[in-house]
Write a protein that binds this ligand. Sequence first.
Ligand SMILES: C[S@@+](CC[C@H](N)C(=O)[O-])C[C@H]1O[C@@H](n2cnc3c(N)ncnc32)[C@H](O)[C@@H]1O
Length: 194
Amino acid sequence: MDIVADITELYKENNWKEIIHRYHDHPERNKVLWVYPSEDNFDFVKNCLAELSCERVVSVGCGSGLLEWMITQATGVPVSGIEVDGAWWRCKYAPPTFIPLHFTPAEIDQDTITLLQRNNNTAILFCYFNNRKAFEDYLMYYKGNVLIIIGPHKIGVHTDPKPFDDVTDDWALYKSQEIRNSGDYIAVYTKQNI
Ligand SMILES: C[S@@+](CC[C@H](N)C(=O)[O-])C[C@H]1O[C@@H](n2cnc3c(N)ncnc32)[C@H](O)[C@@H]1O
C-alpha cells in the first residue's frame, strides 16, 4: 500500500506505534515526516516535558503535523502546529495533515504571536526547520522557557538551526538524545537567567 494512505489508516486507528515501527526506515518516509522517533525517544520527550512542567507544545514548521500528533498520543501533552501560509498546502501534492495547522504569513502576524504567548508553560519545537531568520523571529516573540530542536547532527543533511551549537547564550542544553541510531538528535534547551 502507498505509504501516505497506510499512515493515514494507522492514524485513524490511533496506532502511532505501528507508524514508527513500520516506517522509520522506509525509503519514502520523508513524504510525510523527516524523523520517526522510537518509543524510547517519545518517553524521553515525555519525561523532559514533565520535568520542565510543560503543559503544551507549539511546533513551528510542523509540516504534516504527524510528529506533533504522535507526541500528543505518546505524552498526553497537546501540541499545536504553525506553518507558513502558501500555495503548497492547497496543492494536490501536499501531504495530508494530522493536526489542524495554524497558518502564518512569512512575517509573523498577531494571531501567531498570540498563539506563541498563550501560556508560559508552553515549549517551542522546531523539527528539521530550515529558516534561520524565522527561527530568531519566533524566539523573539516566544516567552516560555523550553526550546526543543530536532534535526541532523551529521554530514550531508542541513537544517537551520541544527540541534547543537546554533542557539544563543540565553539557552542552556538541558538534555539530548539521538533518534534511534540515525544521526538525528532531540535537543532540549532551557532559558537562562529567568
Ligand atoms: C523540512 S520541513 C520540516 C517539516 C516537519 N517539521 C518535519 O519534520 O517533517 C520545514 C518546514 O518549515 C516550514 N517553514 C519554513 N519557514 C517557516 C516559517 N517562517 N514559519 C512557519 N513554518 C515555516 C516549511 O513550510 C516546512 O514545512
